[in-house]
Design a protein around this ligand. Sequence first.
Ligand code: AMP
Length: 381
Amino acid sequence: MSKILGIIGGGQLGMMIAEAAKKMPEQVTKIIVLDPTKNCPAAQVGAEQIIADFKDKNAIEELASKSDIITYEIESGDSDVLKSVEKDAEINPSPETLRIIQDKFLQKSFLKENNIPVPEFIEISSFGDLEEGLKKFGFPALLKARRDAYDGRGNFKIDSPEQTRTGFDYFKGQKLMLEKFVPFKMEVSVIAARNTKGEIKTFPLVENIHEDNILRETIAPARISDEVAKKAEEIASITMDVLKGAGVFGIEMFVTRDNQILINEIAPRVHNSGHHTLQSSETSQFEQHLRAILGLDLGSTKLVNHTIMYNVLGSKTFEGEYKPITLSEPNIFLKMYGKSISKPLRKLGHFNLVAENDETIEQLLEKLELLKNKVVTQPVN
Ligand code: AMP
């Protein structure tokens, strides 16, 4: 039976979910997104839009009354409001799964209780807790806001005792946690899916390179031994099993120097480090997400071609309209998100650089170096 799909958030992730849904007319008849920005990226690809804040109770109720099934592209939604509209629409991942994940402290506590490896952490409720925690973990340590803090914006690295007060004051009364610093050798992630019937599949492990706390490149597959990759994929699979949510989740991890895997963070949604699947894999993460929440069998997660994903970010030096970005080279798939205004480090698009024949990751990385300056945003005037 074909359904009306509601999505909270109509940015690039909502846009790519909507595009995947349009290819499944037998399952999805219509897409409605809730987003505060007029003509948001998802609306530009044909989704109907309710213009309101992501947490607007009335707007969420309106979305639920108009939809059969609701999903989201952001994890900052109000899980209580979502819970209250469960009678009107099925919500996946469930509000309960969202509630655990959207609070980093609850998330890590939940993982730890289920014997899933995470860095050492403690809750911070006062300046005294922070001083105690730093005695325990040493320097540096990561002070993190528990909620609403993605792309590293909610972290403060405390390098020395002198920075303790500055770090604490930086968060202005937000709920906090402290984490031991992990001197990782690589950051990796697994895009994992669990459908409403409990079937679980993981995409192969990928390697992520961050700059300024924002994802810059994803290398698929990660340049690491098969043994480590298998271990990370298994941890992701167990995580999906205990979390019980239906949908695609992005599971970010650290690989330590002695090849331990520690989960850094879980996103209960499609993830930037899964954009490579649009060209590299038999099923994209967006189609997989829809399959998962609609209760269909999950698609194959086989990586068909080595691929590097590179984010097109707004230049750090200006804000405003920017000159169109084009790339018309073979095996390069540029996707811009229809955002007319560039802001420093704003995610404006990405491209996938797909290997031809026997091209290695190292050869792709060399090609990437030559392409980087072609996607630097320039002001129109
Ligand atoms: P987060 O927003 O918590 O995912 O953190 C953003 C980035 O900060 C991560 O991608 C890591 O590069 C770094 N980071 C976060 N937690 C730690 C940690 N415990 N040890 C070392 N680096 C970290």
